[in-house]
Design a protein around this ligand. Structure first.
Ligand code: GLN
Length: 546
């Protein structure tokens, strides 16, 4: 198809948490199902250059792409819903935009000029949007925040200009709003939507399509009212009804005619959408025969957004095993060796996810010990691998007070340590770091290859011996202890191609005990579940008490 790239800008109004990220991902899925190639970009108004240094309690999970970018969790939705290959160019923040403009200013690129929000910041934003357009039919751009926020104004101004810059026929604006049902009045209320669209039009953006988040289907008369007041056509008012399963969103949108409207407005000809696989997945998810309970022993348990990809990966793994999954989140600060048995009684499998810092570490070590000794399936991810190694060193090899240098710099047995110098195969350079290194973007980040040893749980899961998985950590297993670990019954299941970095550790004589240095959850998809999650759930099901 020889068409210019088309652009869809997605904004949100009324309040946050309406699911703009999911909506953007679902639009991507629908367009792909019609044979189009898409990419999705997130523009975030905050000043952090990336979310890598942000506390998961505040911002939820940090999603990592293959190229090692630490991004907003919405990119996780985009990848789970579409085939788009995302990189650092798919997430821009105000901080990243300003950083680039200020760097140019210092270099003298604008010599003589006054550097201003309009046009310099807005031009930088427009150029960032164009960066991802290469080779795709449609670029979907989601603007973070809610209309009315001061900090998103430069982004909104930039996307307003896009209509002229990229051509009116190539650009549409989709606005996600809220239509609440007011019980006492027994009615759906359209006023918040009207106000939000008024605000958007005040900035110069007339939305083409409204996605109305609501708990019930909008009647034709409500749609007509919204259409009249917001100056859109009636068939462009789409019910974005609450759903139980997020993967149903594209199907609900399709039923409401969203993809038809988009291709009509953008004037693209496509085949009819092919949604059979997704429909089959939803059907399967509604008729699962089994049930499994997984305990997640972590630190960020109060905000489950912190474990977004993890929760999804467990769900995908469960569906693959014809099962539903109940997740119990356990604050590791509240458990110890004595309370594990009662707290973890219900758990068919125990998972220790990624994390940073010392708080709650001993509780996680107790959970790993409990899983090892009682032969309960254990899955340790990144920090969860470190925990498994520390526990094994302390209680099996009997290295008293063994620890990670992250938690105890003076430990007599630093089984996990900060590799001061290592060869980074990805960049072909020797990386150096110590305790004083900057915290932003200085970890081992992104996709690294790993060689799987035959005869291991990992090999059983992957079925191949060469894999690539995404990383986000500073500390590594200390090679000095490798022989001791192995002679006491630990199995090194995977290493970097040069053999220097341990990527997977398992233990013998246990139904399923595996720790990995990488984050497999980032690569799991609903219809292509990650093999480690699939096998962990399978083992937990075999151990199931129910
Ligand atoms: N805190 C550990 C490290 O930096 C583990 C990080 C993680 O779990 N993502 O190495």
């Amino acid at each position: 198809m020889d068409l210019p790239t088309k652009y869809i800008f997605v904004t949100g109004g009324v309040l946050s948490s309406l699911g703009k990220g999911l909506a953007s991902a679902a639009i991507g899925a629908l367009l792909e199902s019609r044979g189009l190639t898409v990419t999705i970009q997130k523009l975030d108004p905050y000043i952090n250059v990336d979310p890598g240094t942000m506390n998961p309690f505040q911002h939820g999970e940090v999603f990592v792409t293959d190229d090692g970018s630490e991004t907003d969790l919405d990119l996780g939705h985009y990848e789970r819903f579409t085939n788009a290959e995302l990189s650092c160019d798919n997430n821009f923040t105000s901080g990243k935009i300003y950083h680039s403009v200020i760097t140019k200013e210092r270099r003298g690129d604008y010599l003589g000029g006054t550097v201003q929000v309009i046009p310099h910041i807005t031009d930088e934003i427009i150029n960032s949007i164009k960066l991802v357009a290469e080779g795709v039919d449609v670029v979907i751009v989601e603007i973070g925040g809610t209309i009315g926020d001061i900090e998103s104004l430069p982004f909104l101004e930039a996307i307003r200009q896009c209509s002229t810059d990229l051509g009116k026929d190539n650009v549409i604006y989709i606005h996600l709003t809220y239509v609440p049902y007011i019980k006492t009045a027994g009615e759906l209320k359209t006023k918040p939507t009207q106000h939000s669209v008024k605000e958007l039009r005040g900035i110069g953006i007339q939305p083409d399509i409204l996605l109305c988040r609501t708990d019930r289907y909008l009647s034709a008369s409500i749609k007509a009212k919204i259409a009249l007041f917001c100056n859109v056509s009636e068939d462009a008012v789409i019910t974005a009804k609450d759903v139980k399963n997020i993967y149903e969103v594209p199907l609900v949108f399709h039923k409401e005619g969203l993809d038809n409207k988009i291709v009509e407005l953008l004037n693209i000809w496509t085949r009819a959408p092919q949604l059979d696989k997704l429909k089959a997945f939803i059907k399967k998810s509604k008729s699962v025969k089994h049930s499994v309970t997984i305990a997640i022993v972590g630190k960020y348990v109060d905000l489950t957004e912190s474990y977004k990809s993890l929760n999804e990966a467990l769900y995908h793994g469960a569906i693959a095993n014809d099962s539903k999954v109940n997740l119990i989140y356990i604050d590791s600060e509240t458990i110890n060796a004595d309370s594990c048995a009662s707290t973890l009684m219900e758990a068919d499998g125990i998972l220790v996810p990624g994390g940073f810092g010392k708080r709650g570490i001993e509780g996680k070590i107790s959970a790993a010990q409990y899983a090892r000794e009682n032969k309960i399936p254990y899955f340790g991810i990144c920090l969860g691998l470190h925990i498994a190694v520390i526990e094994f060193a302390r209680n099996v090899i009997l290295l008293q007070d063994a620890n990670s240098e992250e938690f105890d710099q003076k430990t007599p047995y630093p089984v996990i340590y900060l590799m001061k110098e290592w060869f980074d195969a990805k960049t072909g350079t020797v990386q150096r770091r110590d305790d004083t290194s900057a915290k932003g973007a200085t970890m081992r980040l992104g996709a690294y290859p790993c060689q799987i040893q035959k005869g291991t749980l990992a090999y059983q899961a992957y079925g191949v011996d060469q894999i690539s998985e995404r990383h986000r950590h500073r500390y590594e297993l200390n090679n000095i202890y490798r022989d001791q670990l192995e002679s006491h019954g630990a199995v090194i299941g995977g290493v970097s191609p040069d053999g220097e970095l341990v990527e997977i550790m398992e233990i013998e004589d246990h139904p399923w005990f595996l720790g990995c240095q990488f984050h497999p959850e980032f690569k799991s998809r609903p219809m292509n579940p990650h093999p480690l999650f699939r096998d962990f759930i399978k083992a937990a099901l075999l151990n199931s008490k129910s």
